[in-house]
Write a protein that binds this ligand. Structure first.
Ligand code: 5GP
Length: 222
């Protein structure tokens, strides 16, 4: 896909110019959200991942600037106070937040931004930028499967797994606040469903801000 704006009306993906959207994926830990996010980002040049800041320690294999920006509590509080975070929340006694500047720049350029954030962050984005927000909640197929996936991941201690199971119940109570719900029975199917949501939302009339000019030109007598 061309990024040159050479489409019918200078859109970033070669189509009609449109406003970028914010695609939020939320779920309890272990429901498959990270796998779905990675699959969506692969092969989609117009989708960028918002990299959150967090005060929690990196897990084995996690890279600073790739998975998160790992920062200390002092810096996190300073960013929140200065308004540098579009949303922020406390999850498992750690601070998590979305740096504002990158998101705003991407949206202005007509690019879409993917967020892996919790229900608290989703609510805050909804209050500030409802028109740009598309929210998807991913549910595990069963409690037993969720627990199995958390153990299998084995990056967290047994105590953390127990705490996360309790948190999962709380997180899942927020499903009615989301635009779309995916039950992750099969990861391939869930990825396909998430892609369909993104494709359809990109075609929403109000997001295609270049349509008026484009259709006017189409209707002009040759
Ligand atoms: P984890 O520590 O497992 O990476 O993430 C814990 C939870 O924090 C997940 O539900 C994740 O979606 C959420 N989270 C990650 N980044 C952010 C963020 O920037 N803002 C908010 N509100 N939640 C986040």
């Amino acid at each position: 896909m061309s990024n040159s704006g050479s489409g019918p009306d200078g859109g970033p993906d070669g189509g009609v110019a449109r406003r970028g959207l914010m695609l939020v994926l939320s779920s309890p830990s272990g429901a498959g959200k990270t796998t779905i996010s990675r699959a969506l980002l692969t092969g989609d040049d117009n989708l960028t991942l918002s990299i959150s800041v967090t005060t929690r320690a990196p897990r084995p294999g996690e890279q600073d600037g790739v998975d998160y920006r790992f920062i200390d509590r002092g810096r996190f509080d300073a960013m929140a106070k200065a308004g540098d975070l579009l949303e922020h929340a406390e999850v498992f006694r750690n601070g998590y937040g979305t740096p504002r500047a990158e998101v705003e720049a991407a949206l202005a350029a007509g690019r879409d931004v993917l967020f892996d954030i919790d229900w608290q962050g989703t609510q805050q984005l909804g209050e500030k930028m409802r028109d740009d927000l598309v929210s998807v909640f991913i549910l595990p197929p069963s409690t037993a499967e969720l627990e199995r996936r958390l153990h299998e991941r084995a990056q967290d201690s047994a105590e953390t797994v127990r705490a996360r199971m309790a948190e999962a119940s709380e997180e899942m109570s927020h499903w009615p606040e989301y635009d779309y719900i995916i039950v992750n029975l099969d990861i391939g199917e869930s990825v396909r469903q998430a892609r369909s949501i993104l494709e359809a939302e990109r075609l929403k009339r109000d997001r295609q801000v270049g349509l008026r000019n484009f259709v006017e030109r189409l209707r002009r007598p040759q």
